[in-house]
Design a binder for this molecule. Structure first.
Ligand code: GUN
Length: 292
């Protein structure tokens, strides 16, 4: 049976270090500040944003949440971001995605100052990651957290290992592939148009699933001994728990995959807690940079 990579515990380690760093920085008069912006009332986004704001407070940060109505126009949102860009008390700005369809998410992301872009979605930070300028980039939180989990079982140097990333999103798949490449892995990006996905997955020493399809990756897709990182968080009906009940599952069929894998991340309690921990780490980094 596979080793379970405990995201909750690794995230606690990260947060404990962030708390220490924030306390030390605050002594010098700089309190890390995070602004989280939510537009609309998407229930999942509301939950994520509440977690992020709460974690920021726990870390000793100055934590601000802006909740705007679903019919907010794009220019109003741009103006808010421009204000946050010049607000000295704010070091990190996060606009929760997805945004309502009438807002151009690309324009909004590019309005965020790259120096406060703790999500790592601005072209400047994407470009730095793509060119290997990891020292000054903000790296997107979910792949950054996934890499830290991977490091616990495989170390920092992935030379000679085949990594397969299933999913090509800007938030996870593409930055994950770049991080794996920077760690010397041989990287394949697979996606919905890839032919014979199971065969490609079976070449992976490191298999990352980030597609948003519940339990798509089956046990026979997993090479014996592989490290499996499950980025999916999917809510599915759970009639066995009672009528109308649901449960969370990943993109990987956990029970099957854990019989083949050497190590695997669970859902919940895997990559999810790491995402928020890395957001805190990025915000502290930003505050430290601003303090010189
Ligand atoms: N929506 C889903 N994941 C993320 C994320 O990492 N950052 C933001 N801003 N929105 C998201």
């Amino acid at each position: 049976m596979a080793e379970i990579i405990d995201g909750k515990s690794i995230a606690e380690d990260v947060v404990a270090k962030v708390k220490q760093g924030a306390a030390a920085l605050s002594q010098t008069g700089v309190v890390p500040g995070l602004a989280v912006v939510l537009v609309g009332e998407d229930p999942a986004s509301q939950v994520y944003v509440a977690f992020k704001s709460r974690r920021a407070k726990e870390c000793g940060f100055h934590s601000v949440q802006h909740t705007l109505p679903v019919d907010t126009d794009e220019d109003t949102l741009v103006k808010l971001i421009e204000e946050l860009n010049v607000d000295k008390a704010i070091h990190g700005i996060l606009v929760q995605l997805p945004l309502p369809a009438h807002i151009d998410a690309g324009r909004i992301i590019q309005t965020i100052s790259p120096d406060k872009d703790v999500d790592g979605f601005h072209f400047i930070n994407v470009g730095k990651l793509g060119t290997g300028e990891l020292g000054t980039a903000f790296v997107p939180c979910t792949p950054a957290g996934a890499m830290l989990m991977l490091e616990r079982v495989r170390g920092k140097d992935l030379s000679g290992l085949n990594a397969v990333v299933i999913g090509r999103s800007n938030i996870v798949g593409k930055p994950m592939a770049n991080l794996l490449l920077a760690a010397n892995a041989t990287v394949t990006i697979a996606h919905s148009r890839t032919s014979d996905l199971p065969a490609i997955a079976r070449t992976a020493d490191i298999l990352v699933a980030a597609v948003g399809r519940p339990e798509m990756v089956r046990g026979d897709w997993v090479k014996p001994g592989a490290t499996v990182i499950d980025v999916g968080i999917n809510r599915i009906p759970a009639p066995e728990k009672g009528e109308g009940k649901t449960r969370l599952v990943g993109d990987v069929a956990f029970a099957e995959a854990s019989e083949k894998a050497g190590a695997i991340t669970p859902v919940p309690g895997g990559v999810g807690p790491m995402t928020i921990a890395m957001l805190m780490a990025n915000t502290l980094t930003s505050a430290c940079r601003s303090a010189g």
